[in-house]
Design a protein around this ligand. Structure first.
Ligand SMILES: *Cc1c(COP(=O)(O)O)cnc(C)c1O
Length: 229
């Protein structure tokens, strides 16, 4: 299978998993994480019907957005303050905001660009030292702070599960969903657009959909011919 076919295959599997979980496939956006391929790989995925792409580095995000501005670009990687202008210029949704200063700078840059930037707050639910994100205890405060900024809209939460254990992955995703349900009612009128849970990658997206993911971020299962679950 090529990239276009694998994208179609994953898309169908995501829809099937939604139905098995009693959910509508329309509730879940498949973000094709294209960080391991070049522009030609992105073109193949677009041919396969992909409309949302994820990148974890600005030096990939910016040129790919420039080449294909007609699709949505998601920034899913670590944010460096000095690259925020590049990120805001290219990203439909920034998944990985985990510092107050970054939220404030995104707000200032977005204002200058005449844009309201959609973001997610990244939470380290599992507590693994290698994972970035705020602690679950800090998440509500950062959501409310970012939500108070005029040119930032907090759309929800994002997490990454520890690798290699699907039971732990499911617990992690359930933890993010519970935190989301706890924070949402504290947002008043703004709660209506706090509606996204970005969780699940090539190895654990089924668990994420069962736990309520609205965005899954899938790289290798689409772009690598060597990927096996
Ligand atoms: C690379 C990456 C993914 C995709 O991972 P795969 O295992 O290749 O599906 C998802 N989310 C983030 C934050 C990533 O960096």
């Amino acid at each position: 299978m090529g990239i276009a076919q694998r994208y179609q295959h994953v898309l169908n599997e995501v829809a099937e998993q939604c139905r098995m979980a009693g959910r509508s496939p329309e509730e879940v956006t498949l973000v094709a994480v294209s960080k391991t391929v070049g522009l030609d790989g992105v073109a193949e995925a677009i041919e396969g019907g992909a409309f949302d792409f994820g990148e974890n580095r600005p030096d990939q995000l910016v040129p790919k957005h420039e080449a294909y501005p007609q699709v949505n670009w998601h920034m899913i990687g670590n944010i460096q303050s000095r690259r925020i202008a590049d990120i805001v210029g290219a990203a439909t949704l920034i998944h990985s905001v985990n510092h107050e200063e970054h939220a404030r700078k995104i707000d200032r840059v977005a204002e200058r660009m005449g844009k309201v930037q959609d973001i997610l707050i990244e939470v380290n639910v599992s507590g693994e030292a290698s994972k970035s994100g705020v602690t679950p205890a800090e998440a509500g405060e950062l959501v409310r702070l970012a939500d108070s900024l005029d040119h930032v809209r907090v759309r929800g939460l994002m997490t990454m599960a520890p690798e290699g254990d699907l039971v732990v992955a499911r617990e992690t995703f359930d933890g993010l969903a519970a935190l989301f349900a706890e924070i949402k009612p504290t947002l008043g009128d703004d709660a209506t657009y706090f509606d996204e849970l970005s969780m699940g990658m090539s190895e654990d997206w089924r668990e994420a959909i069962d736990a309520g993911a609205t965005i899954v971020r899938i790289g290798r299962a689409i772009f690598s011919d060597a990927f096996e679950e």
